[in-house]
Design a binder for this molecule. Structure first.
Ligand code: NG1
Ligand code: ZN
Length: 553
């Protein structure tokens, strides 16, 4: 039922990157752009199969390498509801890619493909089901060419309908994939496939509704917000949001910097969320001018955001993913309490071991909110937030995160709002806030709007936000080792199981430093081992970290 000759022809033309070992990690496939043709070809096919498996629903595919340098690129598949590819399909993505990469003849690849189709019982002949695919790409120079490799077989071999969004942010692709399927389900054919415009209207609508609820003028509570878009796709997309007729925040309150998405080499270079978080300093293009301003940085595909400000002594202060989590936790627990729902709806924060120890203590001891710790990687945090809480707040320290509101949350708020009560303001706040958050995935634009709204409602300046708790001095180091796969962890990556004996050495170092905490794990995205350390005394931090690194190397 597959047009064998056509597939073979396209395979021969497209699978030019041979003998590359591909692996589908926490962020999909990611490597040098010049090595990606083959894996794009097979990922396109896998996305089609995933859609067929799910009765032809829209499956998303995003071409991006996020915060990586401009020479890199990557690809990942998005489920119909906007979440990450089902974990049990990740091995298929690898098998198919490596089959094409290492095959000497087309038949070897074809056999692997047929095996997969049979294993998953996919009916390619079902005439009433056409696969639906949504594709998007970030601003990288290599993306258009990779897109052609990705989509080459979709229509001609598999009769797929392909919705090409062009250049979008990663969270826009997730959102539009989910919305397209919701519309199909509601058989709302008049609206058909979702667009970028739907995204802007929806989030601006929620932002405006929240300000109207509080009878506030649509001005930011800070005099000025500077947004560093890492010279990535966030720049042009944010400009579209700000240019929308419904966006009414005065234009002199917002300034976008590092917005040269058309100059390939500038992408993520000395700017963006990763740079600011790692180096704890202002990005290129910013001088500490006004100490009342708020600053934020997106990463290259705008799924992460970190905030920062400079104090009156021009000292830099980072407001990272932990601070965003705690701000939302403080705000939303208060609203739940005011709505008298704190006993019926469960709010909680999900972190990884990289969260600063002070943030964890603050959430538990000051906010009295439950905290869970999961392994690194958004899918782990997302799962915990979605299954354990009615309001599940999760952020990685690096700024990637969102909030998941349960079905019970929506039903409860709706039913409370429908009866007369004294908590209407809090109920409306919760309802609007849930709309303002992109629940499919961490989203720099939506998270930024939510932070701005929260600060305005709570009448908090950046400094007040920062003062809620003080970070413990901390350090994150990358160690290059001969074989990182021997570093195996347990307890949500907080303890090493292998190499045997190393953990007890680490423990004995930790014991010497007051408030000391340290852990070692292999990176899932780079060929390196990461060492994290934090302790009370800034002047001892380097020594503490070096001692651990000494045992790792
Ligand atoms: P690895 O390389 O596995 O540490 C990094 C980030 C994660 C996550 C992924 C996906 C740190 C310490 N790690 O993972 O939080 O963002 O990349 O991009 O920031
Ligand atoms: Zn990203």
């Amino acid at each position: 039922k597959i047009d064998y000759e056509q597939l073979r022809k396209l395979y021969d033309e497209t699978c030019r990157t041979k003998n590359v070992q591909y692996s589908y990690g926490t962020a999909g496939f990611r490597t040098l752009a010049k090595d990606l043709d083959t894996v794009m070809f097979t990922t396109g096919i896998l996305a089609v199969l995933r859609s067929l498996k799910l009765q032809g629903q829209y499956v998303g595919v995003m071409i991006t390498a996020s915060h990586n340098p401009y020479q890199d690129n990557g690809v990942k598949i998005v489920e119909p509801d906007g979440s990450m590819l089902l974990a049990s399909w990740e091995p298929y993505a690898m098998q198919l890619a490596n089959a094409a990469s290492f095959a000497t003849h087309f038949e070897e690849f074809y056999a692997e493909l047929v095996k997969l189709i049979e294993l998953e019982k996919i009916d390619l002949g079902a005439s009433n089901i056409a696969p639906h695919i949504v594709v998007g790409r970030d601003s990288r120079e290599s993306s258009p060419c990779l897109l052609r490799c990705l989509t080459s077989t979709m229509a001609s071999v598999f009769h797929a309908r392909v919705l090409d969004l062009g250049c979008v942010t990663t969270p826009q692709l997730h959102y539009i994939t989910d919305l397209s399927n919701r519309r199909e389900r509601e058989a709302d054919s008049a609206l058909a496939a979702a667009t970028e415009q739907d995204y802007y209207s929806f989030f601006i609508g929620a932002f405006n509704e929240l300000f109207t609820t509080y009878d506030m003028e649509k001005r930011l509570s800070v005099p000025k917000l500077f947004i560093d878009t890492a010279n990535g796709i966030g720049g042009p997309q944010l400009k579209k949001l700000l240019a929308s007729k419904d966006w009414v925040v005065p234009s002199d309150q917002i300034e976008i910097i590092n917005d040269k998405s058309d100059v390939p080499k500038l992408l993520n270079s000395e700017c963006g969320a990763d740079y600011v978080k790692t180096n704890q300093r202002l990005p290129k293009g910013l001088s500490p001018s006004s100490f009342e301003s708020l600053y934020c940085s997106f990463d290259g595909d705008a799924d992460r955001v970190v905030f920062y400000y400079v104090d009156s002594e021009l000292k830099f202060h980072l407001l990272d993913g932990d601070k965003i989590s705690t701000l939302f936790a403080k705000f939303l627990s208060k609203q739940l309490e005011m709505a008298n729902l704190e006993r019926s709806l469960k709010i909680g924060v999900v972190q990884t071991a990289y969260a600063n120890g002070s943030s964890t203590a603050y959430i538990k001891d000051t906010l009295h909110c439950p905290v869970s710790c999961t392994k690194t990687g958004v899918k782990h945090l997302h799962h915990e937030a979605a299954t354990q809480y009615d309001i599940g707040i999760y952020f990685e320290a690096n700024g990637h995160g969102t909030i998941i509101f349960s079905e019970k949350f929506h039903q409860t708020i709706e039913s409370e709002l429908s009866k007369p009560n004294d908590h209407t303001l809090a109920l409306k706040t919760l309802s609007c806030f849930a709309k303002l958050i992109n629940q499919t995935v961490g989203d720099a634009m939506s998270d930024m709007l939510a932070v701005l709204a929260t600060l305005a409602i709570l009448k908090m300046a950046p400094m007040n936000w920062d003062e809620e708790y003080k970070d413990l001095p901390n350090k994150l180091v990358k160690c290059i080792v001969p074989d990182r796969s021997i570093f195996q962890t347990t307890d949500q990556e907080r303890k090493l199981q292998n190499p045997v004996g190393l953990q007890s050495k680490i423990d004995s170092v930790i014991a010497k430093y007051p408030m000391g905490r340290s852990f070692v794990r292999a990176s899932g995205t780079e060929d390196a081992v990461r060492v994290y350390a934090e302790c009370q005394d800034m002047s001892k931090l380097d020594q503490f970290c070096n001692e651990i690194v000494g045992y790792v190397k």
